[in-house]
Design a protein around this ligand. Structure first.
Ligand code: FAD
Ligand code: EPU
Length: 347
């Protein structure tokens, strides 16, 4: 697919990890900022909808897309050495996991806990990706964006990005922006980020970044579905964040894992709730719940987005009814002209 620069009325099946077979009026692969600006300007002037796509690992296409899908393959990594830090300036079309491997091979540590997360750099910032005790925000120095209001390139310092759990300013406020590159700051003095499962694998005295990388790859390969086998977009739902009062009520009734947050709220395990609802082999068409990680919905073969949505709605409603907990989708729903609020689909 990437050999050709333009494709017309083509399937997006290979461009979304859920493997949903819908089409786009036009698909364009961009490799330079200059061509990206040209295409976006053309879309804006001609009132053609456009969608920037990284790896398609956090989206559910609901129907055929009637505009232009711009596949971001703007690449490049620059490394700047400072006294105590490494600064990595990375363009938004680079693969996240390739960056993790690349930095480790140069003995630049700090990204190992975020190994094997699919997707490209741009979405890592938007989504504030996270796993095993680390989030993108912990290493982010700045995000370079193209503002579509004035076609200007701006640098937004990390402290202004409003990063929080699977959220950033780019999700709710800065809609007219395209992420071009990010700056990542890693200390030369490495401190391991410890997570509870780690003790099952390694003696803390012998810990290295490479060991953490290997352990995390192993854990993830055992637990998460490989999109090549079963289409999926990672966790379909977020882990719910609730008040202390709600958490007290819930944990006095159920043994659900919970994690106090810095802001006084409590994050609870959505996967546990789905597992303990005990949906008995529930499957809608080819859409199902992943066996070893219940927050993940999978496409067993040829699932349609309708089937995935029907299953998601059932889960959402059942969890609400049984536990009085509101499961919010984590992924972006994409309609014929752009993003759709999941709640408009659910209710
Ligand atoms: P896409 O799906 O291509 O895009 C996501 C959204 O961002 C879309 O709305 C798109 O329009 C927009 N977008 C993309 N690039 C740009 C840009 N440059 N500028 C503006 N808008 C843009 N996530 C985690 O946080 N932790 C995990 O552990 C994790 N595990 C996963 C495991 C599996 C098996 C899978 C399939 C997914 C997992 N995810 C995880 C989710 C996913 O990998 C991340 O959200 C990832 O950052 C998405 O990247 P992408 O390039 O595929 O984004
Ligand atoms: N659990 C269950 N049943 C399940 C899933 C989880 O009981 O089906 C309970 C278990 O007690 C388990 C605990 O929840 O020990 C935590 O599970 P896990 O480590 O799998 O993490 P998670 O909270 O379910 C989150 C992220 C993942 C990320 C992992 C690892 C969200 C929505 N998901 O899942 O990210 O990889 O932590 O840190 O926060 C994604 O965002 O797409 C994603 C896969």
């Amino acid at each position: 697919m990437h050999k050709k620069k333009y494709l017309f009325n083509s399937s997006l099946k290979d461009l979304n990890t859920f493997g949903i077979d819908v089409t786009a009026k036009k698909i364009i692969v961009v490799k330079t900022i200059k061509s990206l600006i040209k295409i976006v300007q053309y879309c804006k002037l001609s009132h053609i909808p456009y969608l920037i796509l990284g790896e398609g690992s956090n989206v559910l296409f609901l129907e055929n897309y009637i505009g232009i899908v711009i596949v971001n393959r703007i690449k490049g990594i620059k490394i700047i050495e400072q006294n105590k830090f490494w600064i990595l300036h990375v363009f938004s079309g680079e693969k996240w996991h390739s960056l993790v491997k690349y930095s480790l091979n140069l003995n630049i540590f700090g990204l190992e806990n975020l190994a094997l997360i699919p997707g490209r750099i741009g979405s890592a910032a938007i989504q504030n990706i996270g796993a095993y005790g680390k989030e993108f925000k912990d290493v982010c120095l700045y995000v370079d964006v193209l503002s579509l209001k004035d076609n200007d390139i701006k640098r937004i310092n990390a402290n202004l990005c409003q990063f929080s759990y699977r959220n950033s300013i780019f999700k709710h406020q800065f809609h007219d922006y395209i992420i071009l590159a990010v700056g990542i700051k890693l200390s030369k003095k490495w401190n391991p980020t410890i997570f509870p499962l780690l003790k099952n694998y390694v003696n803390f005295k012998e810990i290295t970044a490479h060991k953490i990388f290997n352990i995390i790859c192993k854990i993830r390969m055992n637990k998460l579905p490989d999109p090549k086998k079963f289409g999926n977009a990672g966790s379909f739902f977020k882990n719910p964040i609730i008040t202390k009062k709600q958490a007290f009520k819930l944990t006095s009734l159920y043994d659900v894992p919970y994690y106090p947050q810095k802001n006084g709220l409590i994050k609870i395990s959505g996967g546990w709730l789905i597992q303990h609802y005990q949906f008995k082999n529930i499957q809608i068409g080819d859409a199902a719940i992943h066996e070893t990680q219940k927050l993940i919905l999978i496409n067993k073969k040829n699932a349609t987005s309708k089937e995935v949505i029907t299953l998601a709605k059932i889960i959402h409603m059942c969890i609400l009814k049984k536990f009085n907990i509101f499961l919010e989708p984590e992924i972006d729903f994409i309609g014929s002209i752009g993003k759709i609020d999941p709640l408009d689909i659910f209710y």
